[in-house]
Design a protein around this ligand. Structure first.
Ligand code: BMA
Length: 317
């Protein structure tokens, strides 16, 4: 089946758009940023790894979303290992969800605790002051993001607990909460495939779900384990607008994979890892960490992603 990959996502020719040298203090790498529009600016909340190997979050702003990034002079949201012991080994991979009709953004991030990675939440209105809500899922659990609306009054979150039993695979789950603190009604929404598939055994949500006229557009990563390590590639699915536990479409092929040298070589080779996208009309900018080392951006049309999903969705378990 032909995939028209070249047409779906177009990499920005100035990639990578941010790297360690753009940070005003000494760091190892910048990657896996959450993204949101704030006023006229595109804002990235970047995972920044320091030279101890631990991560914190730092804001970068740009008027056009591609160039002229203004980076905060110090960590915007440092880990808080004293007040929040679950952050002892840093905080990683933020996803930003602006609740519809509110200024408030809910940030879901990975806190690296002594028991393993877990899901924590924080809220902010200005990306200067943050209110931590603390850990909401025990380890191992990551790749979490909220929906920007409530369903029958409840918040909903996709996340990816790691299976404890060998061979079961790591799947994407959906959970609900009345108050952002107590989560329940857990259910699997998207399963890792089996065998030779690009998304066999381990998948996880990438940016937060995006509302479209046809359903919630979901991008997820699949991790193919090979003799020389993992390959992180990206696929698409569509969830029902009223009942996000219902999968309407799931693409067969991946839509973006490590190809450029900045995606193939770095601290971790062969990784494209988006945690955010900014959509204006039909225009989508996908912000992704490249090889766990830098930030890159690619553009696409939402309508083309949906069209592609219709052409590429089949029961492929
Ligand atoms: C995942 C996460 C990401 C990282 C990716 C590739 O498990 O930890 O932060 O980009 O692995 O190393």
């Amino acid at each position: 089946m032909s995939s028209n990959l070249k047409d779906l996502f177009t990499r920005y020719l100035g990639n990578p758009v941010l790297s360690a040298k753009d940070i005003p203090y000494t760091v190892n790498s910048v990657f896996n940023a959450g993204a949101v529009k704030v006023g006229d600016d595109s804002l990235l909340l970047m995972r920044v790894e320091d030279r101890r190997g631990l991560s914190h979050l730092t804001v970068a702003r740009s008027r056009d979303g591609f160039t002229g990034w203004q980076v905060d002079p110090r960590p915007t949201l440092p880990a808080d290992p004293v007040g929040h012991p679950e952050e002892v080994w840093g905080i990683e991979d933020p996803r930003i969800c602006r609740m519809e009709g509110e200024e408030r953004c809910i940030i879901s991030y990975t806190a690296y605790s002594k028991g393993g990675p877990l899901v924590s939440l924080a809220t902010t209105e200005d990306f200067k002051h943050f209110v931590r809500l603390g850990p909401v899922m025990p380890p191992d659990d990551k790749d979490a993001a909220l929906f920007p609306v409530r369903f029958k009054g409840r918040y909903a979150m996709i996340h990816r607990p790691a299976a404890t039993m060998e061979g079961l695979g790591c799947h994407m789950w959906l959970s609900y909460s009345p108050d952002l603190k107590h989560w329940g009604d857990h259910q699997i929404i998207l399963r890792a495939r089996h065998g030779g598939w690009w998304d066999a055994n381990k998948i996880g949500l990438s940016p937060p779900p995006l509302r479209t006229s046809e359903g919630w557009l979901v991008m997820y990563h699949g991790v193919r384990v090979t003799i020389s390590g993992g390959i992180y590639r990206l696929g698409l699915a569509l969830l029902d607008l009223d009942d996000p536990g219902k999968v309407l479409l799931r693409g067969d092929e991946w839509v973006l994979a490590p190809e450029e040298s900045y995606e193939r070589e770095g601290d971790v080779q062969d990784v494209v890892f988006p945690c955010g996208w900014i959509v204006e009309g039909d225009d989508l900018r996908l912000y992704y960490g490249a090889a766990d080392t830098t930030m890159a951006v690619a553009t696409a049309k939402v309508s083309e992603l949906l069209e592609w999903l219709h052409r590429h969705s089949e029961d492929c378990e």
